[in-house]
Design a protein around this ligand. Structure first.
Ligand SMILES: Nc1ncnc2c1ncn2[C@@H]1O[C@H](COP(=O)(O)OP(=O)(O)OP(=O)(O)O)[C@@H](O)[C@H]1O
Ligand SMILES: [Mg+2]
Length: 315
């Protein structure tokens, strides 16, 4: 695996679209499929509200990581003090969730403050990347997953863009979400030159993923019309009939607009209670009624893995 193709961050223009859920699913899938050894997989929680850490760690474990100073904030502070003998792995907390072992670096209580400090240096992205580099993140781990906060605070997205080399952009199938996503991508385009990339090469680092698609709705029909897989149509859906519904037409147009800017996975995750409960094992087991969900989830994760590791596709 090329060293530049092993760090993926999950970003989004809107909140609550499923970044954390997908980051956890990807981590569990990689471990279960033995694509990455659990010790060689790092999950970095770059969200000041610690959504991922709180989903995977119980109260005691989370408090323990704060007390022990096993957080990103502590790593940053120690490195600023010149304590560079410690490695990022010394700050990581191993967690067992649903039978899968995962290594997490929680953000810590004052992530906002260190983000502020990074911004005051005038070169936050490169500084953050250097911190990860110096603390051994890119050497010690075969694969790194970064979960970030949504784009209403641009800074977390920007840091995760600098720290990673591939980005998964998660959105709901709604006109507002796709318009917000288009605006976010436009604003992120300016970083292409910092990576020495042309705009198309830089945009190729992004993969769009649609989550929370409700079967049997106009949104589902719009997605099916655009050849996405994973949801069921509304009653009376006819792919050959031109959409007469204004909302469906507009949604198709805005998603198509996005597809001109970045690539998308063809697999969309439906709104599903097992997904919200992080019942990854249950989903992957499948069963008569849930084979569709199993296939969609696995195919989507394969797409993300291929994208993140710069492979054309995996079987
Ligand atoms: N496909 C899905 N079906 C049902 N519920 C889902 C699905 N995906 C995510 N959820 C639920 O939606 C909520 C938001 O998901 P999640 O926390 O993963 O989003 P997020 O993008 O990380 O949010 P934030 O921007 O706040 O960090 C959670 O309650 C999660 O369980
Ligand atoms: Mg989250």
């Amino acid at each position: 695996m090329s060293s530049t193709c092993k760090v993926v961050s999950f970003v989004s223009a809107s909140g609550g679209v499923g970044k954390t859920t997908l980051a956890i699913f990807l981590a569990k899938w990689l471990v279960e499929k033995r694509l990455v050894s659990p010790l060689k997989l790092l999950i970095l929680d770059l969200d000041p509200t610690a959504g991922l850490s709180l989903s995977l760690m119980d109260e005691d474990k989370y408090d323990d990581s704060l007390t022990k100073g096993s957080t990103l904030v502590n790593l940053y502070r120690d490195y600023n003090k010149g304590l560079i003998t410690r490695k990022i792995s010394d700050y990581v907390t191993p967690v067992k969730h649903g039978g899968v072992e995962l290594n997490i670096l929680p953000p810590g209580e004052d992530l906002e403050q260190i983000v502020e400090e990074l911004w005051n240096t005038g070169r936050p992205g490169p500084e953050f990347r250097e911190l990860l580099e110096k603390s051994g993140a890119y050497n010690l781990y075969d694969f790194i997953i970064i979960d970030s906060a949504p784009f209403f605070d641009v800074r977390y997205t920007v840091l995760s863009i600098y720290a990673a080399t591939r980005y998964v952009v998660v959105l709901r199938p709604s006109i507002v979400d796709s318009r917000r996503t288009a605006r976010m991508l436009r604003r992120l385009m300016k970083y292409a030159k910092d990576f020495g990339l042309s705009t198309p090469d830089y945009m190729a680092r992004f993969l769009g993923v649609i989550n929370l698609a409700k079967s049997g709705t106009i949104e589902a029909d719009a997605l099916l019309n655009l050849n996405f897989v994973g949801v069921k149509p509304a009653r009376g859906y006819n792919p050959l009939k031109h959409p007469s519904d204004e909302r469906r037409k507009n949604l198709e147009k805005s998603i198509e607009g996005l597809r001109k800017v970045i690539n998308f996975s063809n697999y969309v995750l439906p709104l599903n209670a097992d997904i919200s409960r992080l019942e990854f094992k249950e989903i992957i087991k499948g069963g008569k009624s849930d084979d569709d969900l199993k296939n969609t989830t696995e195919n989507l994760l394969k797409d993300i893995w291929s994208h993140a590791t710069c492979q054309k596709s995996i079987t």
